[in-house]
Write a protein that binds this ligand. Structure first.
Ligand code: ADP
Ligand code: MG
Length: 568
């Protein structure tokens, strides 16, 4: 006998799944399309509160058998929206193509989290998967939007991606030690782009300066998406890439959910991804830089404004303090008043303290600068302190250089081998710029037309993005609208059709079971001196998950949620 029937007999006054159909007529069609619950499936129990209904034992029975239990008050309207949401989520699970075991894991996770939102939210808060809820209120925090199921990736694919990431990090570092090449590549871009021109001017001044600056620190993140077992690069970030610690905390919170809800087998699998500690990774990058700089009294300065992502910004602080290294925070505006650079030695001091490393968590976008802050940035760049990123790292972070490095000749020029190029090329999407089509818009459009059409391509700003990409029909509209000069500021990239998994998305307003795709970011830091590695290590991963069909990807923009890896 099915569990549902047993329950119905035990609690005859309770409107069960079937009874709900008659009580909630507007939900009729939804309920009708939900497969009937039986002992190994999922079910829905709607309990109208009345004196005769034994709510507690029914709720525990529901929990035991994996039924979704919701209470409504007699005479009052039920919360139809949340019930519709529950039913459609459960329906999606029941009708998806996963095997029975995976379906039941997913259903259990949905039922547990949807029914026990309080425990769920606390798990993420206690693991400090947090951000500031409003930039202007320093003490108000909230949990990130998150996924409740991890992103699955095969161990072999994960390992290959890490190996390729290592090779590419070498190339990018060699590139930033070649200012002449960078300046040559940016000759055209800087004419029309003030942001690029500011950085190229700084690079020229640094080149001519008498202050010797050998050390460079890059914290990179290679972002890829999976298409089957092959991964493709979305972009290669080189500017103090962030969110690693948050993804790690997310992984810990999922582990906590596993404990709370009794899913211990899942927890064992998770621990593999937890081997990489992104907080320690950041700490080590900074500690090694501090040591390489060589003054034990020097401090690390994080340049940041008030922003939401503070837990991430402060992630390395505890370990740094334990190691006796001070981690100070200043805004560009404060530095304008408080920083001094010694003209002879290039030593940077803030409030009298020598700075070994400026860690920029600000100044990535043109709108983050005024003339005054540009002055500060330039002073810092000309100082002896290490910058993460420095002007050259920030310049090559532009997507334009991803295009430049899709070219074998450039790999060979920087001492990389044909074999290394061949290994990495497999994961590169084809990328074009307007110059590849002789600056002819019609040729660009016909190339798109003859190679899969608009759905096979993405049009991206060459500079650091912030979710300004164009997909589908918008590509054509943009090409038509832009002048030749404007279109030169874009790259045309093959679209990755990422593999879809079923997942659970939560923005703390609603929980949604949807087809999702994941973007995996692989961290590495590189501390180099005079074009040779001093210290380098790989970190863990950042996973951002978005609902399939939503093209843009940023967590900050609200398109994606934080997730973490589970190796298969
Ligand atoms: P940024 O992070 O600087 O805004 P990205 O290159 O990461 O720029 O693009 C933003 C988002 O757009 C990505 O997270 C991804 O979701 C999507 N995207 C970018 N390039 C591609 C591509 N080639 N194929 C599919 N989606 C892409
Ligand atoms: Mg990105």
């Amino acid at each position: 006998m099915s569990v549902l029937t047993t329950l119905s007999q035990q609690y005859p006054s309770v409107p069960t799944l079937t009874l709900a159909v008659s009580t909630v007529s507007s939900l009729h069609s939804l309920l009708a399309s939900t497969p009937r619950a039986d002992s190994n499936s999922i079910g829905y129990i709607l309990n109208t509160v009345s004196k005769t209904t034994p709510a507690l034992p029914l709720a525990s029975a529901c929990r035991q058998y994996g039924y979704l239990y919701r209470q409504t008050v007699e005479g009052q309207d039920i919360d139809k929206a949340s019930i519709e949401n529950d039913i459609s989520n459960l329906h999606r699970i029941n009708t998806c193509s996963l095997d029975a075991q995976k379906k039941s894991i997913l259903a259990k996770r949905y039922l547990d989290t949807a029914m026990h939102m309080e425990d769920t939210a606390l798990a993420f808060a206690e693991c400090r998967c947090l951000k500031r809820s409003n930039e202007l209120i320093p003490q108000g925090f909230e949990t990130f939007p998150v996924a409740f199921c991890p992103a699955f990736i095969k161990k072999s694919v994960y390992d290959t991606a890490r190996e390729e990431t290592k090779i590419q990090n070498n190339l990018w570092m060699k590139l930033v030690y070649n200012p002449d090449f960078l300046l040559e590549q940016c000759k055209e871009l800087e004419k029309d782009d003030d942001f690029v021109m500011r950085f190229t001017n700084i690079i020229r001044k640094v080149k001519d300066s008498k202050i010797k600056q050998g050390l460079k620190l890059a914290i990179s993140r290679n972002d890829v998406m999976l298409q089957g077992d092959q991964f493709y690069q979305v972009e290669f970030n080189l500017i103090a890439s962030s969110l690693g610690p948050i993804s790690q905390r997310h992984s810990q919170a999922l582990g906590r959910l596993n404990s709370i809800f009794g899913d211990s087998k899942e927890q064992e699998k998770l621990s593999e991804a937890q081997l990489s500690n992104n907080e320690e990774f950041l700490f080590k990058a900074m500690k090694d830089t501090y040591e390489a700089y060589g003054n034990p009294k020097a401090v690390i300065v994080m340049v940041a404004r008030k922003e939401k992502n503070v837990f991430d910004q402060y992630a390395p602080q505890t370990l740094l303090l334990q190691a006796g290294i001070n981690y100070r925070r200043y805004t560009f505006e404060e530095l304008a008043e408080l920083m001094e650079i010694d003209a002879d030695t290039g030593v940077a001091r803030v409030m009298g303290e020598e700075v070994c490393l400026f860690y920029f968590r600000d100044g990535y976008m043109p709108d983050q600068y005024t003339d005054k802050t540009w002055e500060v940035r330039e002073k810092i760049e000309l100082s002896k302190a290490v910058k993460c990123p420095d002007a050259s790292l920030q310049l090559v972070n532009m997507k334009y250089f991803q295009y430049v490095l899709n070219n074998k000749a450039h790999w060979l020029k920087f001492g990389m081998s044909e074999e290394q190029f061949a290994i990495c090329r497999k994961s590169f999407c084809d990328i074009f710029s307007l110059s590849d089509f002789g600056d002819d818009k019609a040729k660009m459009l016909s190339h798109i037309e003859n190679n899969g059409g608009l759905d096979e391509w993405v049009l991206k700003p060459q500079r650091e993005g912030g979710a300004n990409n164009f997909f589908g029909q918008h590509i054509k509209e943009q090409i038509d609208k832009c002048s030749i000069e404007e279109l030169k500021a874009f790259i045309l990239m093959r679209k990755i059709h990422a593999s879809v998994q079923m997942g659970i998305h939560c923005d703390w307003k609603s929980v949604r079971v949807r087809e999702v795709i994941h973007e995996f970011g692989f961290f590495q830091y590189n501390l180099w001196r005079d074009n040779s590695p001093v210290s380098t290590a790989q970190g863990g991963t950042l996973v951002r998950t978005k609902i399939n069909g939503v093209d843009e990807g940023g967590v900050g923009m609200g398109f994606a949620v934080i997730n973490s890896v589970q190796l298969e």
